[in-house]
Design a protein around this ligand. Structure first.
Ligand code: ADP
Length: 514
């Protein structure tokens, strides 16, 4: 890898990959925290739902208690004569079983029952005496103008829950509600209205584990949140999300977020990879162009130097024998030819690039074209010490093509065979048919081309890195021209080559029907 490319990789890692990795790492670690936060928000929401039920039941109780206190109206007692008033309240609210009032020594001055009976209730008195402290606390609240309602804890399993409060006139008063009835009659509507098919509810007795009320609740379902009922401390209510649990929802979200992050990471890495690839290509192209300029300069300089040297020697009249003069003229001519070849190649390439190369298609015989090229080229091969052979197909091979362009392509292949043969100087030219196609092959036994380079040799300016394979100079345009000519003449080019063993280029063209 060249230095600038290494620099780009380093640059990309620093500028793109590191921030991406940092971002992804941070996102991944944030994910956990976000999920925890979401879970806690969910939990709080469930808490809020249960809180609203508690609030509702307290409001209900407060409402009832306020009604009772309104009858007390500062008299500090409820009278049996008030029975009719309370009868109405009791029949309206069947979960209330008793309404009671007492003085501070807990001697009841009135107890109303649903049936209308009035009687002293020693059980309640015992309860109040036991909860003396609680009552005292309520007195303190009342003196601070805070009318608090407290449930009286019962020592045994009882169906009733006593709620007490202190009136402004210091009357201890309260109600006894049927716990199960209260939940079923007063709270069920509230639960249903909140449920909305999203939540499941259940109210159960903590002492007996008996289920008192269930809304959309399926047996065995796990509660996400449970809370005691403020007004009935023995009862607990539980809430669960219908369908999926919060854990499931959170883990599903987590999964989809992780997938999203992975996809994002892949996209970002792919983008960085494509960025790197295109920059690498640009740099390679710039390098190749640089090489091209230096190669072409060298290619031009050598023949020019030779021409200059021999022309000078001749013009100074230093060459004495006619024989030598002929030889020097020959060299000058040969080098001029070489120069014009290079210039032609570059001009032809420029024409191709500009889309200005014009072809004159005509019916031609491939054997003839190849034989002509061979006749002209034979001299080169011989003078360069090459062993060579031309194996021509006996059949006529008519194709529709531009004769000049095809010759140019074959010459380019021969030029390369010559340049890249190293010490193994042997070239075979062969023509033949294959099905409905005619071909011409140029085979050498020289340096060969690696599999890796075979993919790129037709690219413009591309040259196999010279140090390892060969020292021949060139423009990197020869095969680009050949490929272009073959394509334009509806042909195909194929290559068989092995490093160190040689190469065989084959040009194939469709035969004309005879
Ligand atoms: P040039 O010969 O001017 O470098 P070409 O486009 O003709 O450019 O060839 C591209 C590259 O392909 C050459 O640089 C050379 O490395 C390789 N190549 C072409 N022909 C042969 C061959 N016959 N044997 C080995 N390598 C070859």
């Amino acid at each position: 890898m060249t230095k600038p490319i290494k620099k780009i990789i380093l640059f990309l890692i620093l500028i793109i990959a590191l921030p991406i990795l940092f971002f992804l790492f941070k996102e991944a670690s944030n994910l956990n925290e976000t999920e925890k936060m979401i879970e806690s928000i969910y939990q709080k929401q469930l808490d809020a739902v249960l809180f609203s039920v508690n609030q509702y039941s307290e409001d209900l109780a407060r409402n009832w208690m306020n009604r009772i206190e309104a009858y007390d109206n500062g008299r500090n007692s409820l009278f049996i004569s008030d029975e009719n008033i309370f009868k109405e309240m009791l029949s309206e609210n069947p979960s209330i079983k008793y309404i009671f009032a007492s003085d501070t020594s807990f001697s009841f001055n009135a107890i109303f029952r649903t049936s209308g009976e009035t009687l002293n209730d020693p059980y309640l008195k015992k309860l109040l005496v036991k909860q003396n402290k609680l009552v005292k606390r309520l007195f303190t609240y009342q003196s601070a103008n805070f009318n608090k309602i407290e449930p009286l804890p019962a020592p045994d399993e009882t169906a009733l829950q006593y709620l007490i409060s202190i009136s402004k006139s210091k009357l201890v008063y309260g109600i006894a509600i049927d716990k199960a009835e209260f939940v079923n009659k007063e709270l069920s509507a509230k639960f249903i209205s909140i449920s909305q098919s999203e939540f499941s509810f259940a109210v159960f007795d903590t002492t007996t584990s008996k289920q008192i009320l269930t809304i959309d609740y399926s047996e065995g379902q796990k509660f996400q949140r449970t809370r005691n009922l403020w007004m009935i401390p023995d009862y607990k209510m539980g809430i669960a999300l219908q369908g999926k649990t919060i854990d499931q929802l959170v883990s599903e979200r987590n999964k989809s977020n992780v997938i999203l992050l992975v996809v994002l990471a892949i996209i970002m890495i792919a983008a960085a990879w494509f960025g790197f690839k295109s920059i690498k290509k640009e740099i390679e192209l710039a390098q190749i162009k640089n090489d091209f300029v230096s190669n072409v300069s060298h290619e031009l300089r050598t023949p020019l130097a030779l021409i200059n040297m021999f022309a000078e020697t001749l013009s100074l009249g230093r060459v004495k024998t006619e024989e030598k003069k002929v030889e020097y003229y020959g060299i000058i001519q040969q080098e001029t030819e070489r120069l014009s070849k290079i210039v032609n190649k570059i001009l032809n390439f420029a024409k191709i690039e500009a889309g200005k190369w014009k072809y004159n298609f005509a019916e031609i015989e491939l054997n003839q074209i190849v034989a002509k090229v061979f006749e002209v080229y034979k001299f080169h091969l011989t003078s360069n010490g090459f062993e060579f052979a031309l194996n021509v197909e006996e059949r006529e091979m008519k194709i529709l093509a531009d004769a000049e362009a095809i010759s140019e392509a074959v010459i380019n292949l021969l030029d390369n065979a010559l340049k890249y043969s190293g010490y193994n100087k042997k070239v075979v030219i062969k023509t033949g048919t294959e099905g409905k196609k005619a071909f011409v092959e140029v085979e050498d036994y020289g340096v060969g081309i690696s599999q890796e380079d075979q993919k790129r040799i037709f690219e413009k300016f591309f040259r196999v890195s010279t140090k390892e394979v060969h020292n021949a100079k060139g423009t990197g345009l020869g095969l680009t021209l050949v490929k272009h000519i073959v394509d334009a003449n509806h042909g195909e080019i194929s290559l068989k080559s092995e490093l160190g063993k040689g190469s065989c280029f084959r040009l194939t063209f469709p035969l004309l029907e005879s």
